[in-house]
Design a binder for this molecule. Structure first.
Ligand code: 5AD
Length: 350
């Protein structure tokens, strides 16, 4: 089978064998990538139309107990200027965002153990009370099922937790001993079982990653059926053990976005900040490859350069109407509309 036929098979059946995944990923050309992007865009248009959903990202704490080798805010990085936003500051970000047209707020932070379950419950409840037409997404890492249940009851709608890699030996080369792939997958399953819309995902070109690992990730994602998938290129950070490792491939990231769209037609798929960071216009090309979400930053200007997961992270922010207008304009130019909407996953109609 040639690559075009493999892509057609994925489009038609929504899955591939491990052998075909590896063959496709190891031998794709620009022609294959462009072909997949065209099909993927058509699939996304059929499900979500010409809409691009925006999520307001609020990076509320850069304290983290973990020491992931790739991440700029790892516990052992002593160069980080650490901060925590107060509840009032978080609500102020939402207030700003709401006026700009955001209807989803993503609370993202390091695994900061000083926050109790109750702290999160109070924040979630106050956002949902004030902005009842908005969705709240949490991106705060591994916790107990009980905590996840409490936050869901408090009103949280979605949860992002990239699995990073489903291959255990690869997981071990990215994380210190105390972090376990099993627990991460347990978290993802609990979250789904509780009723969250759940996102998993990987970094493209993370150190030691090979095409077999990515094939395993695609097969895992097909089986897990996430509602969202976060996929962006790995970008080295100067104060981490991976500082000298090469960044992930821009083209492979775009190709994977297309393949994920073909495999999971209804998935909510962001063109990530990391993609826009390694290439000017990356987010637009991400949308044209099958993505349908962008996640502008709503964090206060003063802390924004402190949440550095990787170097040169795009830092434009969207605190002003002007910035969002610019994004709207960029999307318009490629034929897409930034919409004022929660942008939920389209579950099966009963
Ligand atoms: N490059 C790209 N992405 C990164 N992340 C963490 N560090 C980096 C990096 N150096 C991603 C991880 C994490 C998400 C919040 O950010 O995949 O799950």
């Amino acid at each position: 089978m040639n690559n075009k036929e493999i892509i057609n098979l994925l489009h038609k059946s929504g899955e591939l064998s491990k052998e075909l995944w590896i063959k496709l990923l190891e031998s794709y050309t620009d022609v294959d990538r462009t072909y997949a992007a065209k099909l993927a865009r058509k699939v996304a248009d059929d499900v979500y139309g010409k809409n691009v959903y925006i999520r307001g990202l609020i990076e509320f704490s850069n304290y983290c107990k973990n020491d992931c080798y790739y991440c700029g805010i790892r516990a052992n990085n002593k160069c980080v200027d650490r901060y925590r936003l107060t509840q009032d500051e978080i609500l102020e970000c939402c207030n700003n965002g709401y006026k700009l047209g955001f209807r989803t707020f993503v609370l993202q932070g390091g695994e900061d153990l000083t926050y109790s379950d109750e702290w999160y419950e109070t924040v979630i409840k106050s956002i949902k009370e004030k902005y009842s037409d908005c969705a709240v997404t949490l991106s705060i890492g591994e916790r107990s099922r009980e905590s996840y249940e409490k936050w869901f009851k408090a009103g949280a709608d979605r949860f992002l937790l990239r699995h990073e890699t489903i291959t255990n030996e690869h997981y071990r080369s990215l994380h210190p001993e105390n972090l376990k792939l099993d627990n991460r997958i347990r978290c993802l399953k609990d979250l789904k079982d509780i009723g969250y819309q759940v996102g998993c995902g990987i970094m493209v070109g993370s150190p030691y990653q090979n095409m077999e690992h990515i094939a395993n990730d695609m097969i895992f994602m097909k089986e897990f059926q996430p509602n969202m998938v976060g996929v962006g290129p790995f970008i080295p950070h100067k104060d981490t053990p991976f500082k000298d490792m090469p960044a992930g491939s821009y083209e492979l990231t775009l190709f994977l976005l297309s393949l994920i769209r073909l495999m999971l037609p209804k998935v909510l798929l962001p063109a990530t900040t990391a993609l826009g960071t390694i290439k000017d216009g990356g987010r637009e090309e991400g949308i044209l490859s099958g993505a349908n979400v962008v996640m502008p930053n709503l964090s206060p200007k003063l802390v924004r350069d402190k949440y550095m997961l990787y170097n040169n992270k795009l830092n434009t922010g969207t605190e002003s109407a002007a910035h969002l207008d610019m994004l709207r304009e960029k999307m318009k130019m490629i034929g897409y509309n930034v919409v004022v909407s929660r942008g939920d996953y389209k579950f099966e109609q009963k």
